[in-house]
Design a binder for this molecule. Sequence first.
Ligand code: P5A
Length: 444
Amino acid sequence: MYISKSFIPILKDNPSEAKIKSHQLMLRVGMIKQSSAGIYSWLPLGFKVMKKIEKIVREEQDKIGAQEILMPTIQSSEIWKESGRYEDYGEEMLRIKDRQDREMLYGPTNEELVTDIFRSSIKSYKSLPQLLYHIQWKFRDEIRPRFGIMRCREFYMKDAYSFDVSDEEANFSYNKFFLSYLKTFKRLDLTAIPMAAETGPIGGSLSHEFIILAETGESKIFTDKRVFELNTDDAKLEKNSLLEMRKKYEQFYSVTDEKFKKDDFENNVSEKNRLITKGIEVGHIFYFGDKYSKPMGASVDLPGGKKDFVKMGSYGIGVSRLVGAIIEAKYDEKNEVMKWPISVAPYDIAIIPMINKNDNTALDKANKIYLEFEKNNIDAIVDDTDENFSSKIKKMNLIGAPYQIIIGKHTDGDLLEFKEVGKDTQKFKLQAIIKIIYEQKVKN
Ligand code: P5A
């Protein structure tokens, strides 16, 4: 992409309405545009990042055997009346009437709809487990939408649902999602900690929020620092291995403030390991047994001839919120430098030629490099405008490609000035640069 042809409407200064750095950066580089309170359009740069996040989320769902479907955004109130949540959900639900005067709603979540799909087709324990997911817009009429796409009214969520024959099997499904969440967030270069949490309007007896640390986060958390040293490297997709993984995480006290008990915290965590801070909830998983399957009559035949209601869980990831969460984690607001993880970067590398009037040498060189990158599936952005060098650097620092090539006075022969954002400039030949970027991309 060439800057002169792009739709990347960059602002000179931080917009005053933005209170946190992700909201500032997203408006500043034109990733999003507000269309009404808590409702946003996604412009090319923002949309590119969100689509890359979505792809990683999808790949990790597929790896645990979840099957992708797509349910509509508009739902009928009937199924919500069956589950009993139509009244309970309150003002956050956007209720709509169609021309026949039928009560409809814009889905805030899909437990009812997916249970209806399940019950119409699956009748036997032999077809279990079923893990279904979709990635779809949701609407919640939040009382105070704020922080841009972090807490908005219309947002993009991956929501998955599991159906099992028993509590034990359902626990296995729950643990598969637990693992897949840790792997997903790791690929996004985030450290997300699973924390025991309240279940709220979704309901159920067991729940974990996945939280990344950030001063601007809305969740207060109490945790044992040692939980940050854990990883999932030895976890396999089998019952015992996943139980071990859950145990490993649950041995360390980690809760959100709704679950916080001072005595438990102080008795379980030595003073030097205590961490009380704030974080952003990027995912939330729930186990609620037959809370929906029972009132909605979703049962299966069991081996002995009896029937039972299926045991269900649901599993959410805030795909659009993650764009903001990554910025909160990676943006150096003081120096105005963003560095996207290569796995989701809108561009892999920025090419910054210093263009002098009546001399196209630098731009010609930039074009050649661009074509070479294109051949190697490296997505570059070139600043082909005639702005001065320092404003070009500023702009590219905000856009946040993790690598930069500068073509200027010091570019001699085949050696290019190459830099990984945040590190020193080095001189490399183009083929060496391609190799470095290629290897980083493959790793992710
Ligand atoms: C789980 C999947 C649910 O809705 N039902 C289906 C369950 N969980 S949740 O915790 O309420 O939401 C899941 C994730 O969605 C993101 N999220 C939001 N993102 C932006 N703006 C909002 N207003 C918003 N509300 C929820 C969060 O990342 C949350 O973890």
